[in-house]
Design a protein around this ligand. Sequence first.
Ligand code: OSB
Ligand code: MG
Length: 369
Amino acid sequence: MQIKYITLRHMKMRMKKPFTTSFGTQQDKEFILVEVKNTDGLSGWGESVAFTEPLYKEETVKTNWHIMEDFLIPLLLKEPITHPDQVSERFAHIKGNYMAKSALEGAVWDLYAKEKGIPLAKALGGEKKTIEVGISIGIQKSIDQLLQVIEQHVNEGYKRIKVKIKPNWDIEVIRAIRQKFPDIQLMADANSAYTLADVDHLAKLDEFNLMMIEQPLAHDDIIDHAELQAKIKTPICLDESIHSAEDVRKAIKLGSCKIINIKIGRVGGLTEAKKIHDLCQKNGIPVWCGGMLEAGVGRAHNIAITTLSNFTMPGDTAASSRYWEEDIIDPEVTVENGVIFVPDRPGIGYEPNREKIEERTLFSKTFRS
Ligand code: OSB
Ligand code: MG
C-alpha cells in the first residue's frame, strides 16, 4: 500500500451530557481525526482517543499532533507498507505516545481492509457477527439520580452496567445499586483514585458480587495491584496500567489482575491489541473493550476488535446517540437489546460524513509523500 496523503483534523464535538470520573468532568470533546489516502484515492480513517488534558494518562490532543507531525507521519510516508502490522514496527523506536501511534495505525488498518474489500473485523481475524455491550455511567449528583440513569439503561437492554467510583462515592453507592438491581451484571471503575492504604475499605465491595473493580490504584502501577488482589475477592481489571503485551505478561506473572480492559488507543494500536488479546486467551484471562467517549470512527474500530473470540465480557461501546446529538458516521452506531450488529461492508464499515466532519473541524493539515 502506497500512502499519498495524510490529513489530520483537530475536531471539537459537544457531548449531550457531561461525563464525570474520579479525575474530572468533560463535556466538550476535542480529538484528532486521521485520514490516510492511497494513490487510488481510497481513504482509511483513524481517531485519537487522547483528551485535551493529561488527567486519564499523559497524552493530550496537542502532544499527539506534535508526535504525529514531527515523528510518526514522516516515518509512514517514507516507504510503502505491505501489511498494517509493519506500522507498529516502524514506530517501535519512538517511545510511548500510544494514542498518537494508534490513530495513524488504525487509519492504515482501515485502508488495508478497504483495499482488500473485506471488513476490518475480518482483517483482524474476528468472527463474531454481533457483539454484546454494556455502558459506563459517570458520577452523578445524587444516588437517586444514578439509580434513575441505571434504570433507563437497564431498560434499554445494555448487558452490563459500569459505574464510576471515587472516595466518598463508592460503598454506599454500590450498596444502593445492589438493593435496587440485585441481579444485573455490575462493575465499578475507580480510575486510579485509591492507594494501598484503602485495602480494608475496598474489601467492603466484596459482598456486592461485582464482576470486577477497574483500576483502583495508580495509573502506572502493577505491583500494589498484585498486593490488593491477594487481599480482596472482587476481581481486579487493569485499564490505565496496561500499554503492551509485555505489560500484560508482567501483570499476569505478578497476579495484578484477573481481567484486562483493552483500549486500542492506550496500547498503541490494533496490532498490539490483538497481541494482548491472544496472550490473555492463552492465560485464561478474559478481555473486554474499553471506551474513551469516542466519536464514530473510534467507535467503529472498537466494534471491529471486539469480534475477536476472547472478548467475552460486554465492553463500553455504547450507541452513538448516548454521547452525540449527531455522530460523524453513516449510519450511526446503534444498540438493540445490548447488541451491536457488526457491519459487513469493507473497512470500518461506517462511512465518515465529510459534511459533518467539516462542520466540527477547528483546523486541519495535510501531509504528502
Ligand atoms: O476509564 O474507562 C475509562 C471515559 C473517559 C476516560 C476513561 C474512561 C472512560 C469511560 C467511558 O469509562 C467509556 C465510554 O463510554 O466511552
Ligand atoms: Mg477505566
